[in-house]
Design a protein. Sequence first.
Length: 225
Amino acid sequence: MNKDYLSTIKTTVTEILDSIPDGVTLVAAAKTRLPDEVKAAITGGIKVIGYNYIQEAERLRPAINEPVQWHMIGHLQRNKVKKAVKLFDMIETIDSVELAQEVNKQCIAKDKIMPVLIEINSGKESNKTGVLPEKAESLTKQISSLSNLRVQGIMTMGPRFGNPEDARPYFKKTRSLFEQIKKSKIHGVEMRYLSMGMSNTYKIAIEEGANIVRIGTLLFGERFS
Ligand SMILES: *Cc1c(COP(=O)(O)O)cnc(C)c1O
C-alpha cells in the first residue's frame, strides 16, 4: 500500500486529535478499510476502532495487535450477537429490548460485562435504525436491570444533509434527551457518553455536547466500496 497515503492517514488523525477538546474520544469508523490503514490511524493516536459489520471485524481483529478498544457502531442483528459479544468492548447500537436481552444472555454465557449505548433515531426516519427519541427513556429503564449490560449513554447518526449546519437541531435534541435520561437517575445507568458527529459534522456535534465522535472518510478518504 502507498506509503504517502498511509502517512497522510497518520497526520490527519494527529491533526484532528490536536484540534478536538480533551475528553472527546475520536472513534475511527473503519468499515471497508484494510489492516494497514487502520494501523496507520493507530500510529496517529487512535485508541478506539468502530466497526459496522461482524464479518469485517472478525477479519480485522486478529490483524491488529495494538491495544485498542473496539466499538460496534453498525446495526446489530440478533443472530450475530454471540460473535459481537466476543469481538467488541462496547456496543453503541442497542435499540430494542430484545436485542439488549440477547446481548445480556450471551454476556452471561461468557461471564462478560458489556458497556452499551442506546441508539436514537433522532431524525425519526422510517428507514433508519435506532429507537425513537420519545421511547428512549423507557427503553433505558427496561434494560437497566439486565445483569451483564451497563448503559453508559446514547448514540445517534442523524439525517444526512449537504449542509452540516442542518444536523445541529438533531444533535441539540439528542443532547437534551441525554440530559433528561441523566436527570431521571435510573438505577444502574450511568450517562457518560454522547456519541454523535461524523466527518462533516463532528465539529458541530462537539459544540452540542458530543464526547464521542465517529469519523471515517476524513481519516481514510472516500470509500469506493
Ligand atoms: C461510516 C460511519 C461513520 C463515519 O462516517 P464518515 O462520514 O465516513 O465519517 C460514523 N458512524 C457510523 C455509524 C458509520 O457507519
